[in-house]
Ligand binder design. Structure first.
Ligand SMILES: Nc1ncnc2c1ncn2[C@@H]1O[C@H](COP(=O)(O)OP(=O)(O)OP(=O)(O)O)[C@@H](O)[C@H]1O
Ligand SMILES: [Mg+2]
Length: 444
């Protein structure tokens, strides 16, 4: 609902106008002079100010100048006396949006108000859409220079058949980038086939990739198409390239050279038209040096590299992404991020990158009861790894204790009294432990 401030020393006009605008469902405040108006404007945001030009103390024109300098986008309608039209012209020159000449009919000013408010709504909507689209590239969200560079590279390579290698830490969005690339390519209508190279056992990976003929090995009861064949006229995403065994790497290299292969146990060459994208979180060059990855395959794959920076290196994206995930996960609730939450999100080091952020927002939505997102509760997850031998019993017990306290807080939606009851300890003991483990920021 829009907020309007009426500045007018004649009580009669002020009250009639206020009443009629309130009936139109605007939120209305009034001020008898420029000083009162400026002090209201200094602490509250108004969408529109309707001000008389001739006011006791600070004049309407001075108030107008003040508004233009000190508020963002507050619209102004000036009321001026009959016979002083030159004042209205001056006001428009100085930035007023419109004017009415006294005495005016209520309808006349209401039409002007409605029109200005409509324009303002449209402007705000467009600005929001613009911001949204500036920070978006398909399903990818981000506005940091580093992620923009990634968007640009996707654009450069999507229309070509050049092999792409996506690198980056876990959770930085490698798969999403590969998918976006596919969607922006001329092969978008074709299949997007993922080969999760780390997920197949050593003896199955070959048949997963290349397929097999009936009887090719024990258990091969029928002929089966592999991922390479399934990706014909689409995109093949070879995820976790670094996990492919050396003997399969040779076969893959041959395939990359002429897009032709044979099924396991078969001799008929099969040729596919496919765009190949690889991804890895490992340092392939290092693996080449250690003879775990073929150098020739490395160069075949690394034709067009796209590196995804870690989330902590693109701080401005973490808040954008947090808001994005909040939109998609909050359902019909409307959470706001407090300054405290924003600070936590900005300062956290994100070892699990975007995936971790996504999980944290999801958890925070679950843990939050009011309208304020409890990022603090969701973030304060302890590491649940214990290192026997490296840590003494005391340290391990502390981790366990922290973890149990966390669970209790989760179950009690952050209500400390309830969490203390669950743990069978005094509330004051819980508070001491919260402080000790840095779980502070939780409500009572
Ligand atoms: N820029 C982004 N905008 C929106 N969502 C993103 C972005 N980057 C990553 N995500 C989301 O984060 C999650 C992790 O991304 P993804 O699976 O692509 O990461 P990955 O680099 O392949 O991770 P891993 O190495 O662990 O396989 C997904 O849910 C993905 O949709
Ligand atoms: Mg992945």
């Amino acid at each position: 609902m829009e907020k309007i401030l009426i500045v007018e020393d004649e009580e009669n006009i002020r009250e009639i106008l206020a009443r009629s605008l309130r009936e139109k469902k605007y939120l209305v405040e009034t001020a008898p002079d420029g000083e009162t108006a400026a002090s209201a404007l200094a602490v509250r945001e108004f969408d529109l100010v309707i001000s008389d030009l001739k006011l006791p103390g600070r004049s309407g024109l001075e108030l107008l100048d003040w508004i233009k300098e000190n508020t963002h986008d507050t619209a102004v309608i000036i009321m001026t006396a009959f016979g002083s039209i030159e004042n209205a012209v001056e006001a428009i020159k100085r930035g007023a949006d419109d004017y009415v000449v006294k005495p005016f009919h209520l309808d006349e000013i209401e039409v002007k108000i409605d029109r200005l408010i409509q324009e303002k709504r449209l402007l705000e909507k467009n600005r929001y859409l613009q911001e949204e689209s500036d920070a978006r590239f398909g399903s990818l969200v981000g506005s940091s220079p580093a992620i923009r560079e990634v968007f640009h590279k996707i654009d450069q390579v999507a229309a070509t058949d050049t092999t792409v290698l996506i690198t980056g830490e876990t959770g930085t969005g490698k798969e999403l980038v590969a998918h976006t690339l596919h969607q922006r390519s001329p092969r978008a209508a074709g299949p997007f086939i993922i080969a999760h190279c780390a997920a197949y056992s050593q003896n199955l990976i070959e048949s997963e990739l290349f397929g097999h003929e009936r009887g090719a090995f024990t258990g091969a009861v029928g002929q089966r198409k592999g991922r390479l064949e399934l990706s014909h006229q689409g995109t093949l995403f070879l995820d976790e390239l670094g996990e492919i065994p050396l003997d399969i790497q040779v076969k893959l290299l041959r395939f990359l050279e002429n897009k032709t292969f044979e099924r396991v146990g078969g001799s008929e060459p099969i040729t596919v038209a496919v765009h190949v994208i690889g991804a890895t979180h490992r340092n392939l060059l290092q693996m080449v040096r250690e003879k775990q990855f073929r150098e020739d395959l490395y160069w075949r794959m690394n034709v067009f590299p796209i590196n995804l920076p870690a989330l902590k290196e693109r701080e401005e994206d973490s808040l954008l992404l947090a808001r994005h995930f909040l939109q998609t996960k909050q359902g019909n609730r409307h959470f706001t991020l407090t300054r405290f939450s924003e600070r936590l999100l900005r300062e956290y080091h994100w070892p699990g990158n975007v995936r971790e952020l996504e999980n944290i927002i999801e958890r925070a939505v679950l843990l939050s009861t009011g309208e304020t997102l409890r990022v603090d509760l969701a973030l304060a997850r302890p590491s649940e790894e214990y290192h026997l031998g490296a840590e003494n019993l005391g340290k391990i017990l502390e981790k366990l204790e922290r973890s149990l306290i966390q669970d209790a807080l989760t179950q009690s939606s952050g209500v400390q009294a309830q969490a203390a009851k669950l743990l069978g300890i005094q509330r004051s003991t819980l508070q001491y432990k919260l402080q000790k483990y840095g779980l502070i920021g939780s409500e009572s």
